[in-house]
Design a protein around this ligand. Structure first.
Ligand code: DGY
Length: 324
């Protein structure tokens, strides 16, 4: 009997995924869920045939340079892969995969959750009740902004953005605008009632709600900066479920404080898990701890998808979700 491929799973996974991992592979799990240090990640690359890391594992060029190396595949648990230096991985001949599709709907749900939370002041209202400040119903208490029929601007129009568009347009009767350097087929956008705009600035200027759906790349770092925040409407809200460093967090704090924009809903942060302390003091921002894909169903599906990529790779077949 030939030895089963050895894989290192860097974080605790849902039980169904861990059971499947040990069934298929000689799998090293992480029951304590303690994040691996760069040295431990390097050891994993030296000792295992494959790595199953996730978005919190920084696979820098230095980590990937571990020698002598045994691992040939990195099957990331996550659709985003900005935790991996892709150029270095490619140069070193790693196969890298991700987990698209399975988290689209849940992440879109979180974008809509944040949109509603900010517009209707839900986080603020929750704090108000818990802090026993509520004195009773009154006509002028905690008035928010209507969502139904408003304009949603999408920056990026990939799978998750389209799922947000579907919910916003068909669920809330919103007008949907988008800008994407790689535009979809016009009929796909039309089915979602989504209108293209030539520039991101045009979307920012017209939308009541702006939702970010672009990947984190050197080009998109601080895409939303002080200038772009000023291009939004004063009553506008910014929603970020993409990646933290797409937004200049210091500029956002300033814009929220001086009411350049009305509010923001954030699921991701520039220096996760650190959140700019000033954001914690502002009432006009709703903050979630990177929950986009956090349902049991989706996290199981993500784990199984990463395992499927590993299984195909070790069987010598094309992987399903190749990044490089
Ligand atoms: C991803 O998959 O990229 C998310 O941010 C974590 O679900």
């Amino acid at each position: 009997m030939t030895a089963r491929p050895r894989i290192v799973v860097t974080r605790k996974l849902p039980a169904a995924c861990e059971a499947e991992a040990v069934k298929r592979f000689d799998a090293v799990l992480n029951p304590t869920d303690t994040p691996l240090t760069p040295e431990q990640l390097q050891d994993a690359l030296r000792q295992a045939d494959g790595l199953l890391p996730t978005v919190t594992d920084k696979l820098t060029a230095e980590v990937l340079a571990a020698e002598p190396r045994r691992a040939r595949i990195i099957a990331n648990f996550g659709v985003g892969f900005n935790n991996i230096d892709i150029a270095a991985a490619k140069a070193r001949g790693f196969t890298v995969t991700n987990t698209p599709d399975v988290l689209t709907d849940d992440t879109a749900d979180i974008a809509i959750t944040l949109l509603l939370m900010t517009a209707r002041r839900a986080a603020e209202g929750d704090r108000h009740v818990r802090q026993r400040q509520w004195t009773g119903w009154r006509p002028t208490h905690m008035l928010g902004a209507r969502v139904t029929g408003k304009t949603l601007g999408l920056i990026g129009f990939g799978r998750i953005a389209r799922a947000v568009a579907r919910r916003a347009h068909h669920g809330f009767g919103m007008r949907v605008l988008y800008h994407d350097p790689f535009p979809p087929k016009p009929e796909d956008a039309a089915a979602l009632g989504a209108e293209p705009r030539e520039s991101m600035e045009a979307v920012l200027a017209e939308a009541d709600f702006v939702s970010l759906h672009c990947p984190a790349t050197p080009e998109t770092r601080h895409l939303i900066n002080a200038t772009r925040l000023r291009q939004m409407q004063r009553h506008g809200f910014l929603i970020n479920t993409a990646r933290g460093d797409v937004v200049d967090e210091a500029a956002l704090v300033a814009a929220l404080k001086d009411r350049t924009i009305a509010g923001a809903g954030l699921d991701v942060y520039e220096r996760e898990p650190v959140v700019s302390p000033e954001l914690l003091t502002l009432e006009n921002v709703a903050l979630l701890p990177h929950l986009g894909s956090a349902t049991l169903e989706t996290r199981v599906a993500m784990g199984l998808r990463a395992l499927e990529n590993l299984t195909l790779f070790f069987a010598g077949q094309p992987v399903r979700d190749r990044v490089v």
